[in-house]
Ligand binder design. Structure first.
Ligand SMILES: [Zn+2]
Length: 208
């Protein structure tokens, strides 16, 4: 087993939403950890990562030991492809476990102090509240009564833990590095440019 850290450096505000809302006040709220601090779930990070890993594996010119199942073929089972081995499939447990991304240690105390200074349950002082409108799909004009408010975390650094449960080859390790760096953005509100990453998912610390 190998334990590594990953880092997400955002260039724009980020919104990974829960299903929670406070009716008429803040319509979409961001995910928070058990201390009430903004965080990004490991499954959100892994989902985007997997998408870029698959795209990379479907490209030509990779070393022969990095391969992917036929997109129309049966699911991998006994001799899984690189994608299923690393990211898992219904029949294969994932070798890569992605922990929740938390605010970088240097920022946690700042965010905590902000939250403690103003324990407002609706408007959190550590996030920005952004207004938005819904557009009519057909007329491309704003729909009446569809102004909404949502939370966004200012562009900061998040970090989390990666666990590789088995031993991976140097090529697979390098593949994780490269596919992680390709991840362009995370979270909701792509249309307004939210959640853009600088340098993708960056793995640091340790080696296999
Ligand atoms: Zn596969």
């Amino acid at each position: 087993m190998t334990e590594l850290q990953y880092e997400l450096k955002f260039r724009t505000s980020v919104s990974t939403f829960t299903g929670l809302a406070i009716a008429g006040l803040v319509d979409r709220m961001i995910v928070r950890n058990d201390e009430g601090l903004p965080c990004i779930s490991g499954s959100s990070v892994k989902g985007r990562w997997r998408f870029f890993a698959e795209r990379l594996l479907r490209a030509d010119g990779l070393p022969a030991d990095l391969w992917i199942h036929d997109s129309n073929g049966p699911l991998c089972k006994d001799n899984p492809c690189t994608l299923c081995r690393l990211f898992g499939s219904p029949a294969v447990p994932a070798m890569l476990q992605v922990g929740q991304a938390e605010l970088d240690a240097s920022l946690k105390s700042l965010f905590k102090a902000l939250l403690d200074s103003d324990p407002n349950p609706v408007i959190h002082p550590d996030t920005e509240i952004r207004p938005g409108i819904c557009l009519s799909r057909f007329r491309r004009t704003a729909l009446p009564d569809h102004l909404f408010f949502e939370e966004a975390v200012p562009p900061v650094i998040f970090s989390g833990q990666l666990i590789i449960v088995d031993s991976i080859s140097p090529a697979e390790r390098q593949f994780l590095d490269i596919s992680g760096r390709l991840v362009d953005r995370l979270g909701g509100r792509k249309a307004v440019g939210r959640g853009i990453l600088e340098g993708g998912i960056r793995i640091n610390g340790g080696s296999v």
